[in-house]
Design a protein around this ligand. Structure first.
Ligand code: ATP
Ligand code: MG
Length: 407
């Protein structure tokens, strides 16, 4: 090892833009967690993760995603590091990511990369933590750490502290060796697509976008269904829902949005049943129609932003009445969440600002002062007597506009 080489580079050049020297490549090492628990499905999970990473990063010049032996890395020009990190923050299935320098399994090259990494990080004392993935490599981990540690200390003048270091520099020796400092959290969850397709009932409110995001995070590929009651809910509301869908598409790629023109049927429902059941009649009709639309695109479940007790009508009894009209399972990711948690999550994922724009909720149309809070399924079945609910649902499916949006 030649510490001279290290010193030559010690001028305070722009840290994040500097090219690693001597063949080292700027990469981001992708790390997964739960995917590996999935045993038999491991291969398809991995494939989906890589596919999704390529979709997220595809348009960045000089960026590529490489995968071998269930390891993945993103190679990128130094100036695109932050752009890549920002996008990988939307790669579900990613447990964490480490901006790294990739080098051959050569101790000199590893030491030089470690010096580069040390110079990018604040703090004084450091410690090297080594892992040997290639057991045929001549040195054992403690010796690797000692050798690389001395090189970094010599080149930077920083002290080694194995007990309470300011920074830890990680060295992984393998077919491709990596040196990295910071490990950034990924969004977690499972790769979009690995849990199949679902249809999200997307309104313009705060909850349903968060519910959709949560389902995507668990590996679902979502389409959206929106019930539009023009002119009572105006075109602005529809645009708002489409904006929310576009935002959600940033995590999964293009999203199909089905806009169901609901007004006529909604009026018939309102005029038919007892006023106190109006909202439940609407909701049951939504479930019937959404089940059909979902079926037609091979979605296996519906997703809603329903929550227990958030409003007086969100009771277990009413949820049962609504669910009774669906022919697909209903996933309710937010069922037990506090409103405040949902709001915070909406702010974190960036849907909140759009959700709070003033809008009209189609279910608040033609609604009585005192909606039923503990309805029974047979009351609703009776309320629907004389209506051909299946024909109405079929009609709504025909009156549906299909739009595809991208993030
Ligand atoms: P959100 O904030 O998502 O509107 P909410 O707290 O207002 O939810 P409700 O209005 O009771 O709750 O709606 C419960 C769920 O029913 C929504 O989260 C959504 O999934 C679905 N939903 C309600 N209205 C519509 C609509 N017009 N189009 C599609 N789905 C809807
Ligand atoms: Mg709502």
């Amino acid at each position: 090892m030649q510490s001279k080489t290290f010193e030559r580079n010690s001028t305070a050049d722009s840290e994040s833009r500097r090219e690693p020297r001597d063949g080292g490549r700027e990469v981001i090492v992708l790390r997964v967690a739960e995917i590996f628990l999935k045993g038999r499905n491991r291969g398809s999970f991995w494939k989906a993760l890589i596919h999704n990473a390529r979709r997220l990063l595809g348009d960045l010049d000089g960026v590529s995603v490489e995968s071998h032996y269930l390891r993945a890395q993103v190679s990128h020009p130094p100036e695109l590091r932050q752009a890549c990190i920002d996008r990988l923050d939307r790669l579900f299935g990613l447990a964490s990511m480490a901006p790294a320098i990739a080098v051959d399994a050569d101790l000199d090259a590893v030491s030089r990369a470690a010096v580069d990494i040390a110079r990018r990080m604040p703090g004084a004392s450091f410690k090297i933590e080594s892992k040997r993935r290639d057991k045929s490599f001549a040195l054992a981990s403690p010796e690797i750490s000692r050798t690389v540690g001395s090189a970094v200390a010599a080149a930077t003048g920083r002290p080694v502290d194995v007990h309470q270091p300011d920074q830890i520099i990680h060295v992984e020796i393998g077919p491709q060796s990596y040196v990295f400092g910071e490990i950034l959290p990924g969004p977690g969850g499972l790769p979009v697509g690995t849990s199949g397709r679902v249809a999200l009932l997307l309104s313009g409110g705060i909850d349903s976008p968060v519910a959709g995001w949560s389902a995507m995070r668990r590996g679902c590929q979502a389409s959206a269904i929106y019930f539009h009651s023009f002119p009572y809910t105006g075109d602005k509301t529809k645009e708002k829902v489409l904006d929310l869908a576009r935002h959600l598409a940033r995590w999964q790629g293009p999203m199909n949005v089905h806009v169901v023109h609901f007004t006529d049927v909604q009026k018939q429902l309102r005029e038919h049943g007892r006023a106190e059941f109006a909202v439940l009649l609407y909701r049951r009709m939504m479930m019937r129609t959404a089940s059909r639309l979902a079926d037609a695109e091979a979605s296996k479940a519906l997703v809603t932003g329903e929550n227990l007790g958030q409003v007086a009508s969100q009771t277990v009894e009413n949820l049962a009445v609504i669910e009774d009209a669906a022919t697909l399972p209903i996933l309710r990711p937010l069922i037990t969440h506090d409103k405040l948690e949902i709001v915070k999550q909406a702010q974190r994922i960036g849907t909140y600002e759009t959700s709070i724009l003033p809008y009209d909720d189609c279910c608040s149309l033609f609604v009585p002062k005192h909606p039923a809070t503990k309805a029974r399924i047979r009351d609703l079945q009776r309320a629907e007597e004389g209506l051909d609910v299946d024909a109405l649902a079929d009609q709504l499916c025909r009156d549906t506009e299909h739009i595809t949006v991208s993030g």
